[in-house]
Design a binder for this molecule. Sequence first.
Ligand SMILES: *[C@@H]1O[C@H](CO)[C@@H](O)[C@H](O)[C@H]1NC(C)=O
Ligand SMILES: *[C@@H]1O[C@H](CO)[C@@H](O)[C@H](O)[C@H]1NC(C)=O
Ligand SMILES: *[C@@H]1O[C@H](CO)[C@@H](O)[C@H](O)[C@H]1NC(C)=O
Ligand SMILES: *[C@@H]1O[C@H](CO)[C@@H](O)[C@H](O)[C@H]1NC(C)=O
Ligand SMILES: *[C@@H]1O[C@H](CO)[C@@H](O)[C@H](O)[C@H]1NC(C)=O
Length: 346
Amino acid sequence: MEIITSEAKSASYDTTVLRRIVKITVFTAAFVLLPCFFFYNSAFSFQFLPISAKGKEAYKLDKILKNAAMGDKTVILTTVNEAWAANNSLLDLFLESFRIGNNTERLLNHLVIIALDQKAYARCTTLHPHCYALKTKEMDFSKEAFFMSHDYLEMMWRRIDFLRSVLKMRYNFIFTDADIMWFRDPFQRFYSNADFQIACDNFNGNSSDVNNSPNGGFTYVKSNHRTIKFYKFWYSSRVTYPGNHDQDVLNKIKHDPFITKIGLKMRFLDTAYFGGFCERSKDLNLVCTMHANCCVGLSNKIHDLGIMLDDWRKFKSLTANTNSSSSSWTVPQNCSLKSFHERHSP
Ligand SMILES: *[C@@H]1O[C@H](CO)[C@@H](O)[C@H](O)[C@H]1NC(C)=O
Ligand SMILES: *[C@@H]1O[C@H](CO)[C@@H](O)[C@H](O)[C@H]1NC(C)=O
Ligand SMILES: *[C@@H]1O[C@H](CO)[C@@H](O)[C@H](O)[C@H]1NC(C)=O
Ligand SMILES: *[C@@H]1O[C@H](CO)[C@@H](O)[C@H](O)[C@H]1NC(C)=O
Ligand SMILES: *[C@@H]1O[C@H](CO)[C@@H](O)[C@H](O)[C@H]1NC(C)=O
């Protein structure tokens, strides 16, 4: 099973056995490679993102963000690798959703696509005006990364580090996985007084309750000293919880007194507006985004997201004049966590 986003949180809950095996592997790898790890890590950060201050990369990134930003310095960010940016893959579906969504096409002007490899960058430039190549010398992020593999974890943690840099450059952002379809402007559904807002695999009805199960595939974060501290804390916590991905670590640190201490205002977004295959946005009159979470396998995602876009098109044509209460999703079909269990349960 191969997925490059963090959506497989529920998968990770349901597959403790696999997770344990993976963890042992990761631990072993970390232990054996420990001396190189630190060297590699510092070398990596240096070559990967000298976005720390005045470097050439920081300048380049700032120029791209500035061109895409809204008046209040907010940008929409997504990341793609070669597999996701390929012809008729997720990136095409993602961009299409903005075009057929209700008043979402204009948001494409504010979208910056972060390419994780050269081929993804090349494809991006043929489709979109705001592309940024995140340079990595040591890692090849072009292929589908196996869930919880070393590459998968690296890619996820790069993302957190990158987003921290963006906050430090004083940009607010919506981060969205490219397997999230945009049907309506999400800004109307955000909380106005929150620093950090995050979508959920499952929503328990209370947007302030940290016991919700957040999904790092969709976040809206305002740049301020609290969020910069929070992302720094989140990123550094990967050392505290080795072998975990960013979302698992978030689930651990969301209870940490540090969050209260820095005064971070965190909110969890209702799946009625920000849904997914784990828990769908039931009412098509309300949906803003739908995520191909709880789904294993790139071809399954592509298959089901294509159908999801068709469902939306049908809904739109039916409701050209009136609200239709009869419309509903016909997905998930191929998407599930089942293949995950079947293939990996002992
Ligand atoms: C992508 O598909 C289009 C037609 O759908 C074709 O013209 C183009 O060459 C393809 N690009 C790549 C990189 O395969
Ligand atoms: C699209 O948005 C417009 C204006 O915001 C609204 O009047 C219309 O009902 C919306 N259509 C759908 C399908 O939500
Ligand atoms: C929602 O959760 C917060 C934080 O746990 C709690 O203080 C509040 O009472 C909850 N609200 C409701 C309506 O349960
Ligand atoms: C359509 O549905 C939305 C959300 O349920 C509601 O806010 C709106 O008033 C409805 N519009 C009509 C014309 O019924
Ligand atoms: C989706 O599922 C159907 C029925 O199980 C299967 O025939 C088809 O090949 C699947 N499609 C993809 C893209 O996996």
